[in-house]
Structures are given as C-alpha cells and as structure tokens.
Design a protein around this ligand. Structure first.
Ligand code: AHR
Length: 529
C-alpha cells in the first residue's frame, strides 16, 4: 500500500492588435466579446517606484521519483528499448524556459541514497519505492542522468539531500561528487562515470518536509540538524558557493518558521514553504475534471490563500532577517486532486483543466508581487504528477493549461516588477462568499519592454480593467489569451489543443490609460509598447 504524506490540512495590455495576427475564430470572438455592463476594475501600474526583480526561479519545476514523473515522463525506453531522455518533453520544457528542477523529491528525497544511482546502470541496486506506490525503482535515473536532463532543458539543478534516513557524511559526499573540481576520490569517481567537470550545483535542499515524511521532527530538532548537515556543504571555489535551502513550514505552521529562522537563520539561504490547493477534505479531494462551480470557486479561494501565507511567513522572517537576505522558496505548490480513476493511487496522476491554469496564474501573481522575499518556487510537479506541465502516454505527449500559463508568464522572468495596485474593482461572488475577481502582474524586461498578465477568475462575468500607467510611455498593447468554453475544459490525448493561447485583441491604450476587457475565466498577457 502506498503511504501518502501526513499533512495537517491540505494543506494586462492592450491596444492595438498586430495586423499580422490571424482573424479570430468564432470561438475566439465569443470569448473576446466584453460585456459593456461589466463592473470596472481600476488599477494603477507605477513604474516610477519599481525596485524589485522577479526572480526567474519563481518558475521552477519539481520532478520526483513518483509514479510516471521520471520513468516514462522524462526517461523512457520508447523507441530504442534502452533508457534515454525524452526529446519531445525536453523540447517543450525549453519553450517555457524552466529555470531550475527540484529533484529527487519530495518525500522520496529522505529515502534516497545517491550512491545507488551512479555508475554503470546494470550494477545499480534495485529498490522498492515504498514512499510512492511500492514499485521497483531500478535507479537507472540517477545523479548524472538528472544533470544531463537539466543541462538539456537549460535549467539549473536544485538537489534535495537526505536528512531523514541519511547522514551528514552521505550528504557531504554527494556535494563533493557534484562539485569538487578534481583530485578528490569522489571527483575522480565522477570523472570515471564520464563527467570530468564539476557540475557546480548551488541550490541544495537540506531535507524535505522534515516536519512530516522527512522525519517527523519538531522545529527545534530540525534546526539543530539543519545546522549540523548544512555546515558540511562547503565551497570548493567561488562558483560552488552553496545556496542552502532549509525545510520550511507546512502551510500555516508559523511556529516552524519562527523557530527555524531563530535557531538556524544565519546559515539559511532559502526557506522552503509547502502549500497545496485542495478542494474538499483530504480523503475526498474531488475530481480533476468533473466539478461544479462551487469547486471552481473553492479552488480559487484556496489558491488565493497563498497571499496570506507568504505575507505572514515573510513577516516572521523579517524579525530575524530584516534585510531579506533569506529567500522564501515555495518549493511545492499547486492543485492536488483525486487521482485519475483507474490509476495507481500512489502515482498521483491527475488531469489538468482551465481551473488549474487559473490557479497557476493567480499563484504566480502572488509570488511575483512578493518578489522582495519570494525568490523561488517549484510547482508540483513537472510531468505526469499532480499539477503538471506535461502529460505523457507512451510516445504521446500533451501540454496542459498550466503549461500554457507558464509559457505566457515567461515575460516576467528576471524582469523588474512594476508595482500594480487594484484601487477598486469587482468581486467574484459565489453564494454568500466572494474573492477579488481580477489578479495581475506588471513587469519591465531587460529590453525595457513592459508586460502585463491579468486573470479574471469569474467564470461567467467579463471584467473591464482600466489601468493608469504611471512612468510608462505606452501607445499600444498586443497580446494573447488563454481561455476555453467550459470551466473544466482540458487537453486530452484525443484533443490535445482544446485549451491553448490565442491572439487577444480587446485592449487599447489612450492618454496613458489602458482599457482591457477580460472575458470570464481567462488569463491574458499583453506587451505594452
Ligand atoms: O508532491 C508530492 C508530495 O507532496 C511530496 O513528495 C511531498 O514533499 C509532499 O508532501
């Protein structure tokens, strides 16, 4: 039987349409017809007070030895009969400019012994992955294969070491295998395995969820362990200066943040908060594809809770780190549904609808808008597990709505955050409850071009946004939109392009003011020139 981790509670522009764009389809026109009676959301985007940069590492991915996340996801025997990396998946991941990939877990990390995954594949021991599904793990995908994966994606590595069942010696030897330039026994072993040059890994997690599946520790005990393990992750030269990431809080465990920052903060570079959006109780999270508007609303409300979590954990971190040296890394986030019927419940395979896409957009907006403290995040997970970018079936692959949101948001990678304030605006009301209907991020890239992403999470009401553009000289706006006919529209292997970005034309700029009509349940990106 698979063991699921213990958790306390489940846990915009505008203007001129490029003449070159193809004429909109009927469906597009339907999405883009704004309701003139829609309530107006007023926004100020003020470039004159911009100072923070949106770290591209907010757009990080997570690949665990879980279900088909690695095996058949990125590592396959298709075609050749021999294990190899999947070219199609790598190509798709390159297009969303993945900045880092967190690996090998997750809960698996505190169970993983890195030496099992190096050297000739035929000599690597097999193990049973008792964390996820009790399947045999042949260790054919190990350190050198992971490093090749991130190299080909163009991403940085983010390795999570084993605190739960490991030792400081095991962790420091892995660090040395990865990073020692040469001359040590471990560097020589890496060389013998075909990799003479050091990998120069910087991002290194000291355990995962050490409050739960990583060892069920109290924060005081973890903080002491963190200090002991992290002490041995040392630089071999300037380029391997470690970026040491501590297990952070589970959702709203503010005491964890307080104790770990107080006892170990000076040795921490990143604190790893985990929060999943779960609709319904843990035992019945609900279907990924069959849901009502109530479950849509609860998903949006759950995702917006990230705002409070990020703010409150940051405030506690400020007590010990007022200069914000330590990054808050949201190392696991996303929607967690019931598994797809008929699949192994230990594999966490789920479909991904427009609802997941909107949840991704509003979560990324929260991270972007806290760029001063949130300098990394890893959606769970990259392929075939939970809220994935990509689903595979044999040699086939499809891109999910969440993938498309990540692609639209590439404009914000390492761009300067332009503070965006919603001064007045509508709420999406459901029954007696309500949440703000519109969310957004504005930024300016290295070329000086401003971009705006905006979402309207209201599934039936269009929203007109009027944005005052301060400190920006803009006369046109062009863009793209992600929406779909139904709240549960998704891409299947039969219909892989049911949800995908289309050109967006319902935006105009005049006299320093941008006016845009956001269709119901949509995400847009605009380039402001
Ligand atoms: O992402 C799935 C699991 O969720 C991870 O292994 C664990 O860290 C978390 O509880």
């Amino acid at each position: 039987m698979s063991r699921l981790p213990v958790r306390f509670a489940p846990a915009i522009t505008l203007g001129v349409v490029l003449a070159a764009l193809a004429a909109p389809t009927h469906a597009q026109r339907a999405h883009q017809t704004g309701d003139p009676t829609a309530p107006i959301t007023r926004v100020i985007i003020d470039a004159s007070v911009a100072h923070d940069t949106i770290s591209r590492h907010i757009y990080g991915q997570f690949a665990e030895h879980l279900g088909h996340g690695i095996y058949d996801g990125v590592w396959t025997k298709e075609g050749t009969g021999q294990w190899h990396l999947r070219d199609d998946v790598i190509e798709a991941l390159r297009r969303i400019q993945v900045p880092n990939v967190r690996w090998p877990g997750g809960c698996f990390a505190d169970y993983y012994h890195w030496r099992d995954g190096i050297g000739p594949a035929s000599r690597r021991p097999h193990m049973v992955n008792t964390v996820w599904g009790n399947v045999v793990e042949d260790n054919s995908f190990g350190t050198d294969e992971y490093m090749e994966l991130v190299r080909r994606i163009g991403a940085e590595p983010f390795v999570v070491g084993n605190v739960g069942t490991g030792s400081p010696r095991e962790m420091t030897e892995w660090w040395e295998y990865l990073n020692h330039p040469g001359g040590s026994a471990l560097a020589d072993e890496r060389k013998a395995n075909g990799h003479a040059a050091a990998y120069n890994v910087r991002r290194f997690g000291v355990g995962n969820e050490s409050w739960g599946c990583g060892g069920a520790m109290r924060p005081e005990f973890y903080a002491d362990n963190y200090r002991r393990f992290a002490e041995f992750l040392r630089s071999f030269n300037d380029s391997t200066r470690p970026f040491r990431i501590a297990t952070g809080p589970n959702v709203e465990d503010y005491n964890w943040t307080d104790v770990v920052m107080r006892e170990a903060g000076r040795m921490i570079d990143g604190l790893d908060l985990h929060y999943y959006t779960v609709v319904g109780p843990w035992a019945h999270k609900g279907s990924a594809t069959q849901f009502s508007e109530r479950e849509w609303f609860l998903a949006m409300k759950g995702a917006l809770r990230m705002q409070e979590l990020v703010t409150r954990h940051s405030t506690i971190m400020d007590k010990y780190d007022p200069r914000k040296r330590v990054a808050l890394i949201v190392g696991e986030w996303g929607m967690w549904h019931d598994v797809e019927p008929g699949t192994n419940r230990g594999f966490l395979y789920q479909q991904n609808t427009l609802r997941d896409g909107l949840v991704a957009a509003i979560s990324l907006d929260i991270f972007n808008n806290h760029a001063d403290r949130v300098r990394g995040a890893n959606i769970a997970q990259m392929v075939n597990v939970l809220q994935s970018m990509i689903l595979t079936r044999g040699p086939q692959m499809l891109l999910t709505p969440t993938y498309h949101v990540f692609e639209l948001y590439t404009v914000h990678h390492d761009a300067v955050l332009l503070p965006l304030t919603i001064t007045s605006g509508g709420y999406y009301v459901f029954g007696t409850d309500s949440v703000p209907a519109v969310s957004g991020t504005a930024s300016r890239d290295r070329r000086g071009v401003a971009h705006l992403t905006m979402s309207n999470i209201d599934p039936s009401q269009a929203r007109t946004v009027v944005a005052e553009l301060r400190g920006l000289n803009v006369s046109s706006a062009t863009g793209r939109i992600l929406t779909a006919p139904a709240i549960n529209s998704y891409n299947s292997f039969e219909q892989a392009n049911a949800v995908r970005p289309e050109p967006f034309t319902d935006a105009r700029v005049a006299n320093g003011q941008l006016t845009v009509t956001l269709p119901p349940k949509s995400v847009i990106v605009l380039e402001l020139r």
